[in-house]
Write a protein that binds this ligand. Sequence first.
Ligand code: NOJ
Length: 752
Amino acid sequence: MKKLIFLVGMALPVLALAQDPVKDKFIRELMSRMSLEEKIGQLNLLTGGEATTGSVVSTDVEKKIRAGQVGGIFSMSGPAKIRRAQELALQSRHKIPILFGMDVIHGYRTVFPIPLGLAASWDTGLVERSARIAAQEATADGIAWAYSPMVDICRDPRWGRIAETSGEDPVLGSALAAAMVRGYQGDGKYRGNSSLMACVKHFALYGASEAGRDYNTTDMSRIRMYNEYLPPYKAAIDAGVGSVMASFNEIDGIPATANRWLLTDLLRKDWGFKGMVVSDYTGVNEMIDHGIGNLQTVSAKALQAGTDMDMVGEGYLTTLAKSVKEGKVSAAEIDAACRRVLSAKYDLGLFQDPFKFCNEERAASEIYTEKNRVFAREAATKSFVLLKNKNGVLPLKPGRKVALIGPLVNNKENMGGTWAVSEDRSKSVTLLEGLKNTGAEVFTARGANIYSDPVLDAHAAMFGKTTGRDNRSDREMREEAVAVAGKADVIVAALGESAEMSGEASSRTHINIPENQGELLKALVATGKPVVLVLFTGRPLTLTWEDEHVDAILNIWFAGSEAGNAVADVLYGKVNPSGKLPVTFPRNEGQIPIYYAMKNTGRPHSGNPGFEKFRSNYLDAPNTPLYPFGYGLSYTTFRYSAPETDRAVITRQQAATITVSVSNTGHYDGEETVQLYIRDVEGSVTRPVKELKDFKKVFIRKGETVKVSFTVDVSDLSYYYSDLKFRAENGEYEIMTGPNSAETQKVKLELK
Ligand code: NOJ
């Protein structure tokens, strides 16, 4: 996972440079027979309507396919349906196959934890396998193109789509972006029929939308962009991703979809990307509302900027021919986009066999298999983050009676989380089922609705994922729960968000456990019985009260098809939790944006407890988060030595080996993610107080000590300066290691 750096103008990836004369000839000949309208047809991407993620829905799809006006369809699945649509395409003049896409985000029919949860595993191998299995299932169901990985860096948990990200950090995000591309695309040659084309999104900076409000404006300096936000997209490009999705937001005042600097100068010229760019859902048309022109103008701008395919809006289909006639767009510009779409279809093998992914037998035998469920269970357990565990209340002792309380404890629809559009919800394992599967004696009560307010409760129940609202009063439900708790030895309160409280268009201004659930939790704590809070969430929540008052907190995000079994595995200690937060949990919303890689400022707080006048801090809360980036407990304990370096000085040709000893000092075997951070102490530009550069996940038996080594060279000390050149200056650096971003020890290293 080393050396996740990117250099403007560096050697282009071999894959991107590879020329294929046979393919070039095929596409040239095909295009020489195509009319302008048919070429524009290839740029048109319609929705099959299975999952609607915008207000516009495609119409007359069949007619358009026959007329050669459709290049791709997404949100349509199943070999039978796809075969039928493909057969229609083969009735068009040039018999050009359709590219079928889908939002395959964290699994397909078998669903894995939400991406933020997968990121909490800090396990690139696991994340790669999750994408591989998703690709196997999706291709078995006719899909050739997945709208994933989503690699937007996000430091604002109000934004609901943080659930789809890998969190706040560019190095962790880059490692996972590359892993997912490898998982989806295999070696990128699509030889068999179980790999599909990935689509890195949303290019770019979508995760930085102001105030965490979805689709909102972004604005940032280039130096921050290059150092902190662009690396994961670049990592996906370097891993050979076949396509890129332009984001909804603007950059430097120009919407990404029409931003030539972004889509052509940076993406293609500097980074060497050779694949296809697609807009987001009606992203072209939406530029009318952004205020940069009418449909004809924005369509022309998008194409000329480098957006090849127009998703759903049909601005290309309805205006580009006119623009060519009027001399506003050149035929060569249409050709370039068309060539890239045809090239993707060629690479996927669709010209050779348009029905390559239509295989009923595969659909029947390779989707939602026992093996995939076993993996889903493993992945879920690895995504959980133990935030608190007072007096070792966890793992639960077998034989103790459990009161399982909460609005979603037996709600299958909410196990998978957001953006699981192909999920088989009916088979998801709930917490109640999972705990009962262990043979435990479980009493249960709902205790509360997600929200007391029916309007907010309805917002929490989109896409047919009901919250199972109960019409009893808050008090009645609470009293019942307390009575049920009275029968048990330990209370497991499963509270938090519903699946659709995060994800697209699900921003929140208060990122707490809703008040009525909070009241329930207080009543349960007041019983005096041990309380374990099992937290459903798609984002960091503010948990200050909870952290003070409950005995244990296990953050399970949205864990997927096997959620219930996985929760039982961890609660009973069959699996020792090892997840670490990929994102900071604030104490309150006023601290947002909050992230560990902050700048020191000229008036830093001393770090001692308390408010300091004329220093950079708040009157009413410390600067520190509730739970820092990289944080997560285990049932065992780990002790870290200070890091050591084999040399105090390195040159540009040398590397230092940094070694840290980690001892398992507790009573369980366990996995630990050892993290390495770097700080440039003095340079010509200011730098964050620490930045993650590497991490290693190691298994350590109880009582054992392992030595974990990292290689640090000039590339780790390099970053973009104000001139946007990537380099390292000579001087002193601090190398820090530890179990999370807040508890590090350091050693000095000089670059000479
Ligand atoms: C809008 C979302 O922003 C994007 O992530 C998704 O892939 C498309 N809709 C297609 O559903």
